[in-house]
Structure formats: structure tokens, C-alpha cells
Ligand binder design. Structure first.
Ligand SMILES: O=C(O)c1ccccc1NCC(=O)[C@H](O)[C@H](O)COP(=O)(O)O
Length: 357
């Protein structure tokens, strides 16, 4: 493996969490633990790689520190530098969730859960909209920014946008809660939930830990996103079970055939999204939805009555017709509607007709 010296620093200067400062015997134990953590992280990645998952999890403490005299060195190699934007988001999320968990352990969240608003039927709302309009049920996304598009809307009032979406005929809403890359927040989710908006809410987060499921529910979410490009099968199985216990709907997202086949192998999945956007390269291609639903996979979906969602890159009535023809009963749309001065009217433009009636 190619390695290069990333940084050196005198001992005692803290470079990032967990680094040792003075070489004592207790610190060599700490170092040994760090090496162990690193190895466990590697093990997780090896298991994930056997399932075709390219997104690696962050090495818990980075690679082991090497001491040379009064200096410590970390080695930069392909194992401790994110390879693409999705991997970078996931590595940051790992750190963020670790800190949030420390501040709010699961025992504390359980108390909040008792006070959480009742769960709304996410899939039921999508099916009802599809039956009512004959068009895919709309999950309208409340999103201020994204890594691929930058700022989408300067004048961003999450509640106003949510209300306008609901008035325009959205069946459900997707609320970005990631702050660093999407300028979203859990505060937005709570504000929308407490504003009188009745649409069920998807907490659009990068889930890396089951703790986040409890947290999302405690903040009023009705559904969460599980990304197959990030989560190994066992995590998806475990998390879908927890979702069921909490009453949450899991929208499991795939982007290619391999991810789709993995998800179809997991019992109890009822809602699957096909993301037309490659989250590693940002490439958009709405034929991804069609390609994945052709042949045997489409047949399985129909037999199991799974609701399919076409996600990303949908801008025109022709795009909607194209993914509907491919077999989706719902669509998840952000950019094309959130950018409109009147997002509700943006929905009519997107569908080519008023779907609120
Ligand atoms: O959109 C991005 O740049 C992005 C980057 C990394 C991870 C996820 C990302 N987007 C999430 C989504 O897929 C979209 O927010 C969602 O499907 C709506 O897409 P669009 O209608 O194209 O805004």
C-alpha cells in the first residue's frame, strides 16, 4: 500500500481526538487499543467489500501513530483519506454521531420517544396519492443545499416550503437534517412537524448507527433513509427491524443491480428507492430507474407489492412519465421544485398538472 508522511508534531500537541502525548506505559496500552480499533474498522470494511460496498467506514482513530524522538507521525494512505464525497460524508457522520451519542445516550432518547408525536403512515400516503392522481406519489424534498449543486435556495424558510409543498399536492416530505453538506437540521424537522403540516416526514440523513433511528423518531420522523451503498446487509436487516419496532418506515436506497439484489434478499423491506444520482461521482442518469426495474427484478417487486421510488434528477412531466412507465409508484424530488419561488406551483409544473385536487 502506498504510504506517505501526512503530518508530524511534537508530542503533547493534540492533533485530533485520542492521540497520545507522552510515551508512558499506559499510553502504549492506549496505542495498542487504537491499533485494535483500526483493525476492527478494517474488518468491517472487508466484510462490506465482499458485498460490493465501496464506501468504507472511517478508521476509528486514524492509523497508528509512529513515534520518532519527540515527534509523532501519522501516515497518510488510501486507508485514511476519503476516496469520494459520499465516503467523506460518512466519515464525518461517524464522528458527529459519536459526539451526539455521548451527549444523549439511548436511555435519554427513550424518554423523548414517549413524548414524540405519533407516527404517520408514509407508505400509505404514497399509495393513496398514487391511486388518487394516477401519478407517482410525491416525496417533496426540503433541501437548502447539496454537495453537487451548492446553494439551491437563498431565502430558505423550511416551514413555508413544507406548507407550499403540501398545498401543491405532495404526499410526503423529505427533510434534510445533515448540517455540514446540506445545510439542513433536526430543528427544521421539528419545526415542520410542529407547524400543522400533515404529510408524513422522511428524515433525510446519512444513517451509520442504529442510535440515529431512535433520535430521528424522537424528533418526529415517520421514515428514515438507509443507503445500501453504505450499509452492509446485516446493518440493513438490524436497522429495518428497529424501524419496525419504532413504527418508522425504512426507505432503502439503491443505485445499481448489485445493491438492488442485496436489498431484495432482505426480508421485510417494503419501500425501495432507486437513486438516479451516483453519490460517488454525482453523475445523473434517470435511465438507472428503468434499467434496474427491467426483467426479473421488476417482476419480484410486483409480486411482493414493494413500493418503488424514483429519486433524483426529475425535472419535467416527461421525466415523471418515464420513471412511472419504468414501474415506480412514487418519486423523490428536490432541486426542480425547491428552487421555484412558489414551490407548490413548482409541483404543478413538474407533473404538468395540478395534483392537489
Ligand atoms: O445531491 C447531492 O449532491 C448528494 C451528494 C451526496 C449524497 C447525497 C446527495 N443527494 C441526495 C439525493 O439523492 C437527493 O437529495 C434527492 O434524491 C433529490 O434529488 P434532486 O431532485 O436531484 O434534488
Amino acid at each position: 500500500m502506498h504510504e506517505q508522511v501526512l503530518k508530524s508534531k511534537p508530542k503533547g500537541v493534540e492533533p485530533n481526538e485520542g492521540s497520545a502525548s507522552i510515551a508512558t506505559s499506559s499510553e502504549s496500552v492506549v496505542d495498542a487499543l487504537k491499533v485494535k480499533e483500526w483493525e476492527v474498522g478494517m474488518f468491517h470494511n472487508e466484510v462490506a467489500a465482499t458485498q460490493g460496498i465501496r464506501i468504507r467506514r472511517r478508521p476509528p482513530t486514524g492509523p497508528p501513530i509512529h513515534y520518532v524522538g519527540p515527534f509523532e507521525f501519522r501516515l497518510e494512505n488510501e486507508g485514511n483519506t476519503p476516496r469520494n464525497i459520499l465516503e467523506e460524508i460518512i466519515w464525518n457522520k461517524d464522528i458527529e454521531v459519536r459526539h451526539l451519542k455521548e451527549r444523549k445516550p439511548i436511555g435519554m432518547i427513550r424518554k423523548d420517544l414517549e413524548k414524540a408525536p405519533p407516527v404517520r403512515d408514509f407508505i400509505g400516503a404514497l399509495r393513496a396519492a398514487n391511486e388518487r392522481t394516477g401519478l407517482p406519489g410525491l416525496i417533496a424534498e426540503v433541501k437548502k443545499a447539496s454537495p453537487s449543486r451548492g446553494i439551491l435556495r437563498e431565502n430558505f424558510d423550511p416551514v413555508e416550503i413544507a406548507q407550499s409543498y403540501e398545498k401543491g399536492g405532495a404526499a410526503c416530505l423529505s427533510v434534510l437534517t445533515d448540517e455540514k453538506y446540506f445545510k439542513g437540521s433536526f430543528e427544521n424537522l421539528e419545526l415542520i412537524r410542529n407547524s400543522g403540516v400533515k404529510c408524513p416526514l422522511l428524515c433525510k440523513e446519512f444513517i451509520v448507527d442504529a442510535w440515529q433511528l431512535y433520535y430521528a423518531r424522537s424528533k418526529g420522523a415517520d421514515a428514515v433513509l438507509l443507503i445500501a451503498a453504505v450499509l452492509p446487509d446485516l446493518d440493513i436487516k438490524y436497522m429495518t427491524k428497529i424501524c419496525k419496532l419504532l413504527g418508522l418506515t425504512a426507505l432503502v436506497e439503491v443505485h445499481d443491480e448489485r445493491e438492488f439484489d442485496r436489498v431484495l434478499g432482505i426480508e421485510g423491506v417494503e419501500l425501495i428507492g432507486i437513486n438516479n444520482r451516483n453519490l460517488e461521482t454525482f453523475e445523473l442518469d434517470i435511465s438507472t430507474t428503468k434499467k434496474l426495474l427491467e426483467g426479473e427484478r421488476g417482476k419480484i417487486i410486483r409480486e411482493r407489492n414493494i413500493v418503488m421510488v424514483g429519486e433524483s434528477g426529475l425535472f419535467t412531466p416527461e421525466d415523471i412519465a418515464y420513471v412511472q412507465e419504468a414501474g415506480v409508484k412514487a418519486v423523490l424530488v428536490g432541486e426542480s421544485i425547491v428552487k421555484q419561488s412558489d414551490p407548490g406551483k413548482g409541483i404543478s409544473n413538474l407533473f404538468g398538472k395540478d395534483i392537489s385536487v
